[in-house]
Design a protein around this ligand. Structure first.
Ligand SMILES: [Zn+2]
Length: 288
């Protein structure tokens, strides 16, 4: 992970290390002297003005997204590290950094395969049934795009499909027999709207073929399991952000069980992340 230090006053990269600033929560922070505008500055490593230790923050995010409730995470920090923090702070960290990292990874390029699989999951939120749409590249298991909506209809399916193919152009996308898909495909891919781009629509109809695609379903099951466990999906503003965190965890943090690789590495995203992947992603997202 290499990054260029840029002066926050004048954006010049002509600077050198000069002394340290002591901080209460993050220890010693490197200071820089800018040779262009002759001012001192510190580099925002993603945790500027945070009142907690980056290691605690990234561990909490990682464990919350991988399956621990924010209250349980709070209790663990107190019991094992004598660290006192509210469970709301943990949720705030997850949402703050999921948004920031997602803005950064949105601009990355990937090498993806030719077969995409799309699926929708119901998300129960305050008595309503929201939809989480998710598309996966079979070769890398990378989630190529996702979409959050209040209902399932052809318009929402179109919005979803546009996001699904923003990072790669598959030969086909396989879906279930959802009634909203055929119209969405027709509108998007067979009416020259996307400059003549054609993507085949394969339909897997379980009712008529009785064939399940178990391998692809295990991938979606992992995501669905995590959604069911979420206690924080209460508010509409919060739910899509937490889903974003799940997608980041899947694409950039955890090894996939059958490929034994993290999907972003399989897709050659070239990030060179070290062991604490959330920490590195947050560093990379800073100042971007
Ligand atoms: Zn400067």
């Amino acid at each position: 992970m290499v990054s260029v230090i840029i002066c926050k006053h004048c954006k010049s990269n002509n600077n050198y290390k000069k002394g340290f600033r002591r901080t209460e929560f993050r220890g010693k922070i490197q200071k820089y002297y800018c040779k262009t505008c002759h001012k001192f500055f510190t580099n925002d490593d993603g945790f500027y003005r945070m009142r907690n230790n980056p290691g605690i923050i990234t561990m909490s995010i990682d464990m919350y997204v991988s399956n621990l409730s924010s209250r349980k995470m709070r209790n663990q920090l107190k019991r094992h590290l004598n660290y006192k923090i509210s469970h709301i702070s943990i949720l705030d960290w997850v949402r703050r950094y999921a948004l920031r990292v997602s803005r950064f990874v949105e601009r990355l390029g990937y090498n993806l395969g030719e077969s995409f699989y799309a699926d929708e999951t119901v998300i129960f939120r305050e008595g309503k049934q929201d939809k989480f749409w998710c598309c996966l590249d079979w070769d890398t298991r990378l989630i190529t795009g996702f979409h959050y909506s209040l209902s399932a209809n052809p318009t929402q399916a179109q919005e979803f499909l546009k996001k699904a193919i923003s990072k790669g152009k598959p030969k086909y996308i396989q879906t279930d027999a959802g009634v909203f898909y055929p119209r969405a495909f027709k509108k998007l891919f067979y009416s020259n709207k996307l400059s003549g781009l054609t993507i085949e629509h394969k339909i897997q109809n379980y009712q008529t073929t009785h064939i399940h695609n178990y391998r692809i379903e295990t991938v979606f099951m992992k995501i669905k399991d995590r959604v069911l466990d979420f206690r924080g999906l209460k508010a509409l503003w919060s739910a899509p952000i937490l889903m974003t965190a799940i997608v980041i965890q899947h694409n950039f943090i955890e090894n996939h069980s059958t490929t034994d690789e993290v999907p972003c590495d399989s897709a050659n995203a070239d990030l060179n992340l070290s062991e604490n992947r959330w920490l590195d992603l947050i560093h990379l997202s800073a100042n971007k």
